[in-house]
Design a protein. Structure first.
Length: 192
């Protein structure tokens, strides 16, 4: 059977997107290759045709998720100009906080998983998160590059921590209060 040009790349991208969702929803230890393949609607054999191991898929899913985060920051900067920070904070603490966990941001849903991972995964995460920080810093005004990057780290820490805590509580009203506090702190961090 002949496949159209690009079929293999499209299939891998589809499997990777599904695997990323599975990792975000269940955690690295909470889903195996069979579950990841099921999420993607393929057989385990098809999964292994694209990834050598679950770990390899996790490493690529982390990189893809952080690339998506960077791209969303750059898109908000382009679309909202000087008002991008406030627009992004409202987006991150609104729709990104309340979406299904499988669609959540890699930063808040998988950073703790990466912390338990091996050196290769932590190294890949580090390389990508630095790109995210630089994308945020480019959109901040005032200060030196080093100062803007420090504020960018604080900004991302507050957003991801706020979402993590808001998702962890049972009462939606408490989640809203956490998000409101994170909003104030994130805006202050970006403007400092």
């Amino acid at each position: 059977m002949r496949y159209k040009p690009g079929h293999r790349e499209e299939a891998k991208a589809r499997i990777l997107a599904a695997a990323g969702g599975g990792f975000r929803k269940y955690g690295y230890g909470g889903i195996g290759v069979d579950g990841l393949a099921e999420e993607a609607g393929v057989t385990s054999g098809a999964f292994y045709g694209h990834f050598k191991s679950k770990e390899a898929a996790f490493r690529e899913a982390i990189a893809q998720g952080l690339n998506q985060l960077r791209a969303s920051i750059e898109r908000f900067r382009a679309e909202h100009g000087e008002g991008w920070v406030e627009a992004y904070v409202d987006f991150y603490l609104g729709p990104r906080r309340t979406c299904d966990l499988s669609e959540s941001c890699t930063l808040q849903s998988l950073s703790s998983e990466v912390g338990r991972a091996n050196e290769a995964i932590r190294s890949a995460y580090q390389a990508e998160i630095i790109k995210v920080v630089r994308a945020v810093a480019k959109g901040l005004s005032g200060g030196t590059t080093t100062e803007r990057e420090r504020r960018a780290w604080a900004f991302l820490l507050i957003l991801s921590g706020g979402v993590t805590m808001a998702r962890a509580v049972d009462d939606p009203a408490v989640g809203e209060r956490i998000a409101a506090a994170a909003r104030v702190a994130a805006l202050e961090a970006a403007a400092s």
